[in-house]
Design a binder for this molecule. Structure first.
Ligand SMILES: Cc1cc2nc3c(=O)[nH]c(=O)nc-3n(C[C@H](O)[C@H](O)[C@H](O)COP(=O)(O)OP(=O)(O)OC[C@H]3O[C@@H](n4cnc5c(N)ncnc54)[C@H](O)[C@@H]3O)c2cc1C
Length: 611
């Protein structure tokens, strides 16, 4: 009996399904491509790869220009053949698609989806191009590029379609899928006087972020970006343009809220809840250096306890960095406090630091101050307020603090797109600049449960942070864990596909190492493979110290290890089985493939061959 199924299976052995490449006989003819071009209003483009300018020599003027412009995220975003991360050691290096549909609307997207499905093509979707995992590029593929779909409409009383009897009208904004967050913040906050929960990095795309779950500096107050989604227009694998919201296609709606980009369909527009603005947003930036390992350990214990007591609430987001050189870098952002209130929050910690001048010093500038919330993303406002001033030459903590309070606005916080004709709002936070065009060596993340802040656990947490920092720098992103958030923000996030670990986490720990712009095969710009592998090991060793504290380690799908073990559980926890079922429902043949996306186990790593 045991032989029967085996031999029966043998009878039906077929060659595996494989998607077409340009070298295959089944690749669409010129005429077929031309028909697609007509169907999308002439917006089918052959895709350039700017790095080919280096083929004639890395020292050529063209090649130098390319590597210079690779520091500008707006330049990269404008290239259908480029991505914001250039690659990852032993994982991937960015490659252009053969053709791109520069989509204008859902109909163009549907044409591209139908064409890819009917011709067995590898399909890729790109918005802002910020995937660390390389999920918005693939060689030999057709790209749907949403860059130009950036219409924005504000609503005072939005009701999702079909929800007229269920939901109250609410203020909202509808964003084309190719909108980047800076465009959204300009429309919603600077011009509209409201708040929308998006990403911290201004050049991230809205559709990619929402499908990641999505955190911004103030997520500790407003919740995840996905939690604010009210409605999406989405083209599914069958080419249908669907509305997804709490009342119409609610299961697809749920999967889009954190189920991972590029897995369930192509989103063409999104409507997000907007919120009232607080009076102030602000920042606390300074670095404390410890004189010895022992004093650093004490500093970390003090900071963990101080965080739990004074910062573990919905005012405070962004980061503290625990570094191998015994520095603690505070790079936090707050909402709803004025400068004086924020200073009072930090005073006890600064006093503690100041009491031990032999053990601790403040390195560089110390800034704790707020600005009017409506001006936070107003490029003009920052330009008018920040003529650089000389910093006082003093080691007196109070003098530094008083100076900083007055002069926060003199910090040069933005960088600009200086290309001729660039939009006036094409700016990005300096703090995100290091990631533009980089090549990753190692990247891991871990949600840290709030139970680690209980007084009985604080020492264990601080000591584990110290142990991690002997291998690698660890960033604590407080805004990427929702413990401490208001109840309604947590409730909205719990109705998304994001790993429920986020709901009880006080922070997401991230360890990352990378080099600047590099690309395989370009002399002088080669990725440093040996150094990169060592760095990846250090990242892993460092994160293992923290992972040992967490029973069910969870990682943030969009900011995690390319080589994540057990990624289904790590990214989505108990939500994965439902996501897998919905993948079968909306994309049974796996048209939408991304690395470590739901259902990707059924495909070869390049997404071409069905296993
Ligand atoms: C410098 C930098 C800073 C970041 N900062 C933050 C942050 O502050 N908070 C945070 O939460 N995350 C952050 N991220 C992670 C980021 O949110 C995710 O990588 C996100 O998916 C990027 O979206 P994108 O559109 O820019 O990228 P893309 O690479 O274009 O897309 C990402 C994924 O979404 C898919 N996708 C894109 N558009 C669509 C669409 N219209 N329909 C269906 N699928 C689509 C793509 O196929 C791809 O799989 C950051 C990443 C970088 C590189």
């Amino acid at each position: 009996m045991a032989l029967l199924p085996l031999s029966a299976r043998g009878l039906f052995v077929r060659s595996a399904f494989r998607r077409q490449r340009p070298s295959d006989a089944g690749w669409p003819s010129k005429e077929a491509w031309s028909r697609l071009n007509d169907a999308v209003g002439g917006n089918l483009l052959p895709v350039d790869f700017p790095i080919t300018a280096c083929a004639s020599g890395a020292g050529s003027a063209e090649c130098k220009k390319v590597f210079e412009t690779l520091r500008n995220p707006y330049y990269i975003g404008d290239q259908p053949g480029m991505t914001q991360t250039l690659g990852w050691i032993d994982a991937w290096a960015t490659k252009p698609s053969v053709y791109a549909v520069a989509a204008r609307n859902a109909h163009d997207i549907a044409e591209a989806v139908n064409f890819a499905r009917k011709n067995d093509l590898r399909l890729v979707v790109k918005g802002g191009g910020h995937s660390y995992q390389g999920t918005s590029n693939a060689p030999d593929s057709l790209l749907i590029w949403t860059r130009h779909m950036n219409d924005i409409a504000m609503h005072t009383a939005f009701v999702p379609q079909g929800c007229e009897r269920m939901l109250q009208p609410q203020p909202a904004v509808t964003l084309g899928a190719g909108t980047i967050w800076m465009q959204a913040y300009d429309a919603v906050t600077t011009k509209g006087g409201k708040y929308v929960q998006g990403g911290g990095c201004m050049t991230v795309g809205v559709a990619g972020l929402i499908q990641s779950g999505g955190f911004g500096s103030h997520s500790k107050h407003y919740g995840t970006a996905a939690g604010s989604l009210l409605e999406a227009e989405v083209v599914t694998a069958d080419g249908q343009i669907r509305t997804a919201n709490a009342c119409t296609n609610p299961d697809l709606f749920w999967a889009l809220k954190g189920g991972g980009g590029g897995s369930y369909g192509v989103v063409s527009k999104l409507t997000l809840r907007t919120h009232d603005l607080p009076e102030f947003f602000g920042a606390a930036n300074f670095t404390v250096k410890a004189a010895s390992d022992d004093s650093y350990r004490r500093l970390l214990r003090e900071f963990v306890s101080f965080y739990q007591e004074r910062l573990f609430n919905d005012h405070w987001g962004e980061q503290a960095h625990v570094n191998p050189d015994n520095t603690l870098v505070i790079s936090m952002v707050f909402q709803g406090l004025d400068t004086e209130q924020a200073k009072q929050v930090w005073q006890p910690f600064l006093d503690w630091v100041g009491r031990s001048p032999h053990d601790y010093s403040i390195e560089g500038r110390l800034v704790i101050a707020s600005v009017p919330a409506r001006d936070w993303w107003d490029v003009q406002w920052w330009k008018e307020h920040w003529p650089e001033l000389a910093f006082p030459n003093t080691s007196s903590l109070n003098a530094l603090l008083d100076y900083a309070l007055v002069h926060l606005v003199h910090q040069p916080v933005l960088d600009f797109d200086n290309r001729p004709g660039a939009g006036p709002n094409n700016a990005w936070w300096k703090g995100d600049g290091g990631q533009v065009g980089w090549f990753i060596w190692g990247f891991e993340s871990l949600w840290l449960p709030a139970s680690l802040l209980e007084s009985s656990a604080q020492e264990r947490l601080a000591d584990a942070l110290f142990a991690s920092s002997r291998h690698t720098g660890v960033e604590l992103h407080f805004n990427k864990g929702l413990a401490g958030a208001p109840r309604d923000a947590i409730a909205r996030a719990s109705d998304t596909a994001t790993n429920p670990a986020v709901l009880i986490a006080f922070a997401l720990a991230i360890a990352v190492d990378a080099q600047g712009s590099a690309y395989p095969g370009i002399p002088g710009h080669e990725p440093s493979v040996v150094e990169g592998r060592k760095a990846a090991e250090r990242v892993d060793l460092g994160m293992s110290q923290l992972r040992a504290l967490v029973p069910d380690p969870g990682a943030y799908v969009s900011e995690s290890n390319y080589f994540e073990k057990g990624w289904q559980q790590a990214y989505w926890g108990s939500n994965h089985p439902r996501l897998a079922k919905l993948k079968g429902k909306f994309d049974p043949d796996g048209l939408f493939f991304v690395h470590n996306g739901v259902g990707s186990e059924q495909w070869s790593t390049d997404g071409f061959t069905k296993l």
